[in-house]
Design a protein around this ligand. Structure first.
Ligand SMILES: [Zn+2]
Length: 191
């Protein structure tokens, strides 16, 4: 799958919306991603995560040895599950409790080789929290795999990181937004 195919799948499934959006930061943008809309189709989720798995395998080479894929809930769960299927490992997740990610239902053994998976990263905070969970238990972070990197290169981790797509967000200050100037109605996604 090449990047254009991936973008096509996102667009067709309603995961990549184009228009005039107010982001959580207050900035305006012409694009908004709702990955749940593509991950609701198991076939698409499998294809995207299969492409990510191939990218990771070729990038890591023969030494790519993984026991577990771990993802932050909720967004990462489906990605972690499908990636684990392709890598032939088990799939676990960390979940939110009182604003922090915790490992509630699973365990990580010392030396367990983990890949951290996520659907979209903007600042990478949840991936970083998940990395910490693995390291606190004496696990090993082998790599990080994400479907879409929206950080513009700003989210960096101390481990090999692979993203199927890198799309830098185009954002505007509301006072200088050309979409506002055109009079396009502003959409508040997720509300
Ligand atoms: Zn605007």
């Amino acid at each position: 799958m090449n990047p254009d195919d991936a973008v096509g799948i996102l667009s067709e499934s309603g995961a990549m919306l184009e228009g005039h959006f107010e982001l959580r930061s207050g900035l305006h943008s012409d694009r908004f991603f709702q990955f749940a809309n593509v991950l609701r189709y198991p076939e698409h989720a499998g294809a995207l995560c299969g492409a990510l798995a191939s990218l990771m395998r070729s990038g890591m080479g023969d030494e790519f040895d993984v026991d577990t894929v771990i993802a932050p809930a909720l967004g990462g769960i489906v990605v972690g599950h499908e990636l684990a299927r392709r890598l032939g490992t088990k799939s676990i997740f960390a979940e939110k409790q009182d604003d922090a990610l915790v490992l509630r239902r699973f365990d990580i053994q010392p030396g367990e080789k983990c890949v951290v998976a996520e659907d979209v990263i903007t600042r990478g905070g949840r991936v970083r929290e998940t990395i910490d969970i693995v390291l606190e238990r004496g696990g090993e972070v082998v790599a990080v795999g994400v479907l879409l990197d929206r950080s513009g290169g700003k989210a960096r981790f101390d481990f090999p990181t692979f993203s199927l797509l890198k799309l830098e967000p185009v954002t505007y200050d509301p006072d200088e937004c050309p979409l506002c100037a055109q009079g396009l109605p502003l959409v508040h996604p997720g509300s």
